[in-house]
Design a protein around this ligand. Structure first.
Ligand code: CP
Length: 316
């Protein structure tokens, strides 16, 4: 594992990470993958530190993997359930942040439905804050775990052609992946109906855009599918789910336009029969979806490690 230290107090997005920092995090995460496959998975790196997971939105993968990551590194981990917290009694985000801050946590892992809410919260606490997904803005640890998955399955990221398909408009996963993959030298295509692909993203991010699946998947090394984020939609963006699957759902027939060994990815949760055919998602040779889940724990361990190195050095 590299001895590099993060110059950032928080991890709020990929936008603020340089190529070297991303690569150092991926190197460290690679080491944690091997640790996680052993029967004894425990280290004492974060012993004495307190991690609070504060999720204002539902989550299976991110919340569980952050909990496992903290515990495997020896931290005391508290999962705060918003449903039974004082937020239900009208307490504001800032008051909640300052209340938790008074208990001297060392790391806050926060998911929130509003873009920018995690950065706002970070300004009111003394500890490191990790963005576990904020609105349609960023989901940096998802992009890091996707990059680790690609790197381990393909040996590199530079030069690969990655097609990100589906609801780009409402996806923080798409935004973080576009930033990370282009920074590491991949070519990125966005494939979606016009209603789900904001105009100008090609110029803004230096990517290609397509409204036709077969054209967008032509020659792709990686096919990354996204679900329709209906919880962020106001109004109707697709005529019907049946029609959406017909034109934009990943089937073997559409996948045939990609490279013969193209890797299938999905951040989860999946909606089978909407953005992806279940038989494609379950193909054990082509689908890396469960690899992504495994890499999530390792990447989050690397992030916790990096963000607490100065704190641990000061305490030593
Ligand atoms: N990919 C992802 O963020 O999944 P969860 O919503 O289950 O955390």
């Amino acid at each position: 594992m590299t001895a590099a230290r993060s110059p950032h107090r928080h991890l709020l997005g990929i936008a603020s990470l340089g190529r070297e920092e991303i690569e150092a995090l991926l190197e460290a995460a690679d080491g944690f993958v091997e640790l996680n496959r052993r029967s004894d998975k425990k280290l004492a790196l974060l012993r004495g530190l307190t991690q609070i997971n504060l999720f204002f939105e539902s989550s299976t993968r991110t919340r569980t993997s952050f909990e496992l990551a903290g515990k495997r590194l020896g931290a005391d981990v508290v999962n705060m359930s918003v449903g039974v917290s004082a937020i239900k009694k009208g307490e504001t985000l800032i008051d909640t942040a300052m209340t938790l801050n008074a208990m001297h946590p060392d790391i806050l892992v926060v998911r929130h439905h509003d873009s920018g809410a995690v950065a706002l919260l970070a300004r009111h606490v003394r500890c490191a804050v990790i963005n576990a997904g904020d609105g349609t803005h960023e989901h940096p640890t998802q992009a890091l775990l996707d990059a680790l998955t690609i790197r381990r399955r393909r040996g590199r990221i530079a030069g690969l052609l990655v097609a990100i398909c589906g609801d780009i408009a409402h996806s923080r996963v798409a935004r973080s992946n576009i930033l990370l993959l282009t920074r590491l030298g991949a070519r990125v295509r966005l494939v979606a109906p016009p209603t789900l692909l904001p105009a100008g993203m090609d110029r803004q991010y230096g990517v290609e855009t397509f409204h036709d699946m077969r054209a967008g998947l032509e020659g792709a090394d990686i096919v990354m599918m996204l679900r329709l984020q209906s919880e962020r939609m106001q109004g109707s963006f697709v005529p019907s789910l049946r029609e959406y699957f017909h034109f934009f759902g990943l089937t073997w027939e559409k996948l045939a336009a990609a490279r013969p060994d193209a890797l299938i990815m999905h951040p989860g949760p999946m909606n089978r029969g909407v953005e992806i055919d279940g038989v494609v998602a379950d193909d054990i040779d082509r689908s890396a979806i469960l690899d992504q889940v495994e890499m999530g724990v390792a990447v989050r361990m690397a992030c916790l490690d990096f963000l607490t190195r100065d704190l641990r050095a000061a305490a030593a």
